[in-house]
Design a protein around this ligand. Structure first.
Ligand code: 5MM
Length: 339
């Protein structure tokens, strides 16, 4: 393991004004996204969609890295260039999702454990040869009646730490993603309580596994009200609760924090990030690793039609640029195009 190299990659992913595009939708997830715009999830449609994202001119000013899925890291652009090369030529770092999805945690109804540790050590060197310099593993924590249990949090934290240690051994920066879901009626206070417990256990496990924190990034949820909660916290409450939680439990040695959007609207995700950055200087870069918040407007503009590719690229460029502004706390809703 070359610690200096890991830290350099981690820091480049959170360079000022930039963040990550999460384009690592697994086959079932991309099928769901395509279904919403009436596009069949064929291999060529998935390739064409990722092609439009990765060849959007100028986007490297705001996008530092892209998380790919196993199929995508092996695909090529229309001109035959491997996607990893298309990204590298723009100075964008390719990454790879290595978990195999969240599955039922036996004995714990309603809870999940991310799978994929078996054989992971053998899979990582190939991804590095294909061009990946960082990886991602997502654990899912649900809030509900009697959940999450301590056992579920512990089991997921342990798996995240095992994954992170194996990535560092293979020369890949691990993005550690423990996602507390927005689904449910819970209050923002309950989200804060659960997120605090989850992150505390994650850092206890990472430390126990001797993971070098400087060579990692954290991809957390923001602290928000559950989708069905009647009291929907506004941007300043979300920003304050999220930053307070991070200060309490995330060591300053971590190279950066790249939020997931988790079902927030694209505007909300951008505004929340901007307000957090406007609060002042923090011990870590506060950045983004959005999937839906970057891609929803792109999918709506594209609709699977070649004629819509320029408009879809424009939508991706705009969302990336606005999140780039949010990295400096300089986003305002007035920067959004009129509806
Ligand atoms: C892009 O979606 C990623 C893969 O999800 P599945 O394993 O469910 O197919 C997902 O891990 C994503 O990176 C994070 O959830 C962040 O995406 P959002 O849309 O929440 O910003």
């Amino acid at each position: 393991m070359n610690v200096g190299e890991l830290e350099a990659v981690a820091r480049s992913l959170v360079a000022p004004g930039k963040g990550i595009l999460a384009a690592d939708e697994s086959a079932p997830t991309i099928e769901k996204r395509f279904k919403a715009i009436d596009v069949p999830s064929t291999e060529e449609n998935r390739r064409a969609y990722r092609d439009l994202l990765f060849t959007t001119p100028g986007v490297s000013e705001f996008i530092s890295g892209v998380i790919l899925y196993d199929e995508t890291i092996r695909q090529r652009a229309a001109d035959g260039t491997p996607f990893t090369k298309v990204l590298e030529r723009q100075g964008i770092v390719p990454g790879i999702k290595v978990d195999e999805g969240a599955k039922a945690l036996i004995g714990f109804p309603g809870e999940k454990i991310a799978e994929g540790l078996d054989g992971l050590r053998g899979r990582l060197p190939e991804y590095r040869t294909l061009g990946a310099r960082f990886a991602k593993w997502r654990a899912v924590i649900d809030i509900g009646a009697g959940i999450p249990t301590r056992y579920c949090i512990q089991a997921n934290a342990h798996a995240l730490a095992r994954y992170a240690a194996l990535c560092q051994e293979a020369g890949l920066v691990p993005i550690v993603e423990p996602e507390v879901l927005m689904d449910g009626n819970h209050t923002i206070e309950r989200c804060e309580e659960v997120t605090t417990e989850v992150l505390s256990l994650v850092y206890a496990e990472l430390t126990a596994h001797r993971v070098v924190l400087e060579g990692t990034l954290l991809k957390p949820n923001m602290v928000v009200s559950g989708k069905g909660c009647p009291d929907q916290a506004g941007a300043s409450r979300v920003a304050e609760a999220t930053v307070r939680t991070l200060y309490r439990v995330v060591p300053p040695a971590v190279s950066g924090i790249v939020f997931l959007s988790g079902g927030q609207t694209p505007r909300q995700a951008t505004e929340h990030l901007s307000v957090m950055n406007a609060l002042g200087k923090h011990p870590w870069e506060l950045s983004f690793s959005y999937g839906r918040a970057l891609q929803d407007p792109v999918l709506k503009a594209w609709k699977g039609k070649a004629a819509n590719v320029p408009a879809a690229k424009e939508a991706f460029f705009l969302r990336s640029k606005l999140n780039g502004a949010a990295r400096f706390g300089r986003y305002s809703t007035s920067m959004e195009p009129a509806a």
